[in-house]
Write a protein that binds this ligand. Structure first.
Ligand code: CP
Ligand code: NVA
Length: 309
């Protein structure tokens, strides 16, 4: 049994294995319907319990489809219906009960410590479905999407992020170390990645490029990523932050500095950080990106359940 909490704690070789398995399984499903089960029924009879402390569309449905396609099922909990979130039952007792009824637990939380606490008491694998500091299932799936579209290892590509230094970027930075790719970040002054993650990059003998100018960051990029300026439960002065990011919108003019055959990716939901012309333009691969969550999360589940060779 393995947990899936942060990319930086998972060996590169395991992450690459997960991607390879997703590629193989996706190919084999070409003519199957959404709820058809993969040959071999690898997670037959397994129950994934999901809990969302924050809203979700994609993560919720993609995990539902992922475990279904492997032969198992999901139960989605609303924290406001449990004793736990109201303080009537401890986290430790909740975790023990989850381990009794379920085979895996996927948690989207507003507190990173909860992931570690649950891990301590659970006897089943835990998967991080987004926390304030990371969004590992999203980013691993994005690596898959990049390699699928570009038909080459991500280590041969120039990746660019224009936007806030948030959970998705933290995971992208972790991925840049694990998969050895070139990462340039464009963000306003005072909105750069935190010191802790930068020190971790340094410790791993890698470097990322940070620019306070979007044009410099995007020049010659193969892949351009962005995300909302205001994240879920972001407790900031929203008007000030939006103003500070006004020169960092990804529009057709900015995109023209990236490579001719560059692509645009966004985990969604989106705000004003990307113009409609880019978002709906032919470089945008956001729908393929969203769908791939299913395929990569299937391999993440197999990995957690000890079924990945
Ligand atoms: N990208 C993503 O995680 O979307 P949801 O918030 O809808 O799950
Ligand atoms: N950074 C965003 C990602 C949403 C999927 C957030 O945390 O709200």
């Amino acid at each position: 049994m393995k947990n899936f909490i942060n990319l930086k704690d998972i060996p590169s070789s395991d992450l690459k294995k997960i991607i390879l398995e997703a590629r193989k399984r996706k190919k084999k499903r070409k003519n199957l319907n959404n709820l058809d089960i993969d040959k071999g029924n690898p997670l037959r009879g397994r129950l994934l319990i999901q809990m969302f402390e924050k809203t979700s569309l994609r993560t919720r449905i993609s995990f539902y489809l992922a475990i279904k396609q492997l032969g198992g099922g999901t139960l989605t909990l609303r924290p406001d219906e449990l004793h736990f979130s109201k303080g009537g039952e401890s986290l430790a007792d909740t975790a023990k009960v989850l381990s009794t009824y379920g085979d895996g637990f996927m948690l989207r939380t507003d507190n990173d410590k909860k992931l570690e606490e649950f891990k301590k008491y659970l006897k089943i694998p835990i998967i991080n479905g987004l926390s304030p500091s990371s969004h590992p299932t999203q980013v691993l799936s994005d690596v898959f999407t990049v390699e699928e579209i570009k038909k080459k290892p991500i280590s041969k590509l120039k990746i660019c992020w224009i936007g806030d230094s948030n959970n998705v970027l933290n995971s992208l930075i972790a991925a840049s170390v694990k998969f050895s790719f070139d990462l340039s970040i464009g963000c306003p002054k005072n909105y750069g990645p935190n010191k802790e993650i930068l020190n971790w990059v340094k410790k791993n003998k890698r470097k990322i490029n940070i620019f306070n100018n979007a044009k410099n960051a995007i020049t010659d990029a193969d892949v351009v990523f962005s995300d909302k300026v205001i994240s879920l439960n972001d407790k900031v002065n929203k008007y000030k932050k939006m103003r500070d990011f006004k020169n960092f919108q990804i529009n057709s003019n900015l995109m023209s500095f990236a490579k001719k055959d560059s692509i645009f990716l966004h985990c969604l939901p989106r705000g004003k950080e990307v113009s409609d012309s880019v978002f709906f333009g032919n470089k945008s691969k956001v729908w393929q990106q969203a769908l791939n969550r299913v395929h990569v999360q299937k391999s993440i589940l197999l990995y957690c359940f000890g079924k990945l060779r």
